[in-house]
Design a protein around this ligand. Structure first.
Ligand code: PLP
Length: 552
């Protein structure tokens, strides 16, 4: 104690000595300036976005001001806008745009006729299994059941449980049935949402509020694999969360656990893993992620949106898989899409929690609204009771046996295609596909050449970037006789053609994709993406033909 006091005294003398030649005002001014500068510097360096990324953006922003560069970019943007619009209008070819309400309401026959004509647009044969993912099952009998059920419940709204208790009961049952598939305990709970994105948004919202309100974290951060769905980025953008993307192992394409551990700090509000992820269909090591969550007391979300209704039935279908659900301690939430392999119509998904304390932070409650005490479980206020009923009906229509048999067919087809692809030495399969998605790349030629070739043959696959790849998401549509063989033989034939000139440049639509990856200024790619989205909403023809044929 005595020595500490002596030490403090010495330091004091030393400091006084140093500032001997300054007067008090000078010392105060210098201190203030230094403290403020340090504060400014810390704020400048430690922002949401890294210094490096901000510097890069600044350089590009300056570069874009150079007249020659800006002219070139503007020109490319105009061209892209034009291309996107022309392509979209070509897809609508022959169908005039309705741009204002018809004067008199249409009769049923006319409406049906027009809807049918609109639905005929598009040339991909999705019903013949030529498309990756997208439509997960199509069956006339199921469509009939769903149409009847939706019709019956079309006017209902679970926002009013006292008025439509039946539709609320069905929602509760969908949630409970799904929880049981994922080994949720009695305590486990959840809600239906409008889709996988909303399910993920809700989990992120719940964990943000849990972190802020229960754990005293002021700047919550999410730590997620770089392969996780953009819904997490959307959540970060919507809810003001910081997001850290953990790299994956290039070989396995599953999350690098060591890096994940490094990214965890006292602000981490959630960890996540995909089972499986969208790009490669590989399953992150959920048990290890859950162990990290337990060790640091951080909630863990498992994104099973894509494959949940496959992985849940793999055991019964005779396929093995690593554990990924509530049977692992530390997994605190799971998202699973009924509207993917659950085969329900689009607009339904389930988000589940191991405990109520998380779900309670998903809810939004406003006790003081003049319109009454308001509480709502998800993003939407009013919700479509018809979709809930249709989802419930789908689960009941398939039952355990129906799903297990569909899973068996889908995975048998997937394994068959995977083996076939692995035999082709010019290409490789990324990692070990965990369920129904198979991604391929090539060290011999640009894989987009294969994508382009397959497109010409009527196939629609998903392009991947960083590194380049393409994937096929195998659905029930691919289990029909001959589809898998047709795919494999088309791939083989295309590779043969490509190998005549393997160093050829990528042309056509895929060239834009390839180019987009090499543009270092990502804001330009962002703008192109916006123009693409704009084109979706086009309702005018460039030539008068569209206008002249306008409806009355
Ligand atoms: C499809 C998907 C989602 C959610 O997407 P929605 O289109 O909103 O249903 C989330 N994660 C993965 C891995 C997906 O494939």
């Amino acid at each position: 104690m005595e020595s500490v006091r002596l030490y403090v005294h010495c330091v004091r003398l030393l400091i006084n000595d140093c500032f001997d030649t300054y007067d008090a005002a000078e010392t105060v001014a210098a201190t203030t300036v230094i403290v403020l500068s340090l504060l400014w510097l810390t704020n400048f360096i430690f922002q949401e976005e890294s210094l490096y990324s901000r510097a890069k953006k600044l350089i590009f922003r300056i570069a874009r001001k150079i007249p020659a560069v800006s002219l070139k970019i503007e020109c490319e943007k105009k061209k892209a806008t034009n291309d996107f619009q022309t392509n979209m209008m070509r897809l609508h070819e022959g169908r005039p745009y309705v741009t204002s309400l018809p004067k008199k309401g249409w009769k049923r026959e006319r409406i049906l006729e027009e809807v049918k004509s609109n639905l005929k647009l598009g040339h991909y044969k999705w019903d013949k299994g030529f498309v990756s993912g997208c439509v997960y099952n199509f069956d006339d009998e199921l469509v009939q059941v769903l149409t009847d059920v939706y019709g019956l419940a079309s006017y209902t709204n679970p926002l009013h449980p006292d008025i439509f208790p039946g539709v609320c009961k069905m929602e509760a049952e969908v949630v409970r049935m799904t929880l049981n598939l994922f080994h949720g305990s009695e305590e486990a709970c959840g809600t239906m949402t409008s889709g996988g994105t909303e399910s993920i948004l809700m989990a992120c919202k719940a964990y943000r509020d849990y972190a802020v309100e229960e754990r005293g974290i002021t700047h919550p951060e999410m730590v997620i694999p770089v392969t996780a769905h953009p819904a997490f980025d959307k959540a970060a953008a919507y809810f003001g969360l910081r997001i850290k993307h953990v790299p994956v192992h290039p070989e396995t394409t599953t999350v690098d656990l060591k890096a994940m551990k490094r990214y965890i700090n006292s602000n981490t509000c959630m960890l996540a893993g995909s089972a499986p992820n969208f790009p490669y269909g590989t399953i992150d090591p959920i048990e290890d992620i859950a162990a990290l969550g337990r060790k640091y007391n951080i909630p863990v979300h498992v994104d099973s949106c894509l494959g949940g209704f496959i992985t849940a039935f793999m055991d019964k279908a005779g396929f093995s898989h690593p554990p990924y659900d509530f049977s692992i301690a530390g997994v605190t939430s799971i998202s699973a899409d009924t509207h993917k392999y659950g085969f329900a119509p689009k607009g339904s998904s389930v988000v589940m929690y191991s405990e109520k304390k998380f779900l309670h932070h998903q809810y939004c409650v406003f006790p003081d609204w003049p319109g009454g005490v308001y509480g709502s479980p998800t993003v939407n206020g009013s919700r479509a009771g018809g979709i809930i009923a249709a989802c419930w009906a789908t689960l009941m229509h398939f039952g355990v046996e129906g799903y297990a048999s569909a899973t068996k067919k889908i995975l048998t087809t997937a394994k068959y295609i995977e083996e076939g692809l692995r035999e082709m030495e010019e290409i490789f399969v990324f990692g070990k596909p965990g369920a129904s998605v198979i991604a391929i790349g090539s060290n011999v030629f640009h894989i987009y050449l294969l994508s382009e070739g397959l497109t010409k043959r009527g196939w629609n696959l998903n392009p991947l970037q960083f590194p380049c790849g393409i994937h096929l998401c195998i659905t029930y549509m691919h289990t029909a006789d001959g589809v898998a063989d047709q795919f494999l033989s088309d791939v083989r034939e295309e590779i043969k053609i490509i190998m005549k000139n393997p160093k050829a440049d990528v042309a056509g639509k895929m060239a834009i994709y390839g180019m987009a990856q090499s543009i270092p200024d990502r804001s330009v790619v962002g703008d192109f993406t916006r123009f693409f989205l704009d084109a979706m909403y086009i309702t005018k023809g460039r030539d008068d033909q569209f206008l002249k044929n306008g409806f009355t």
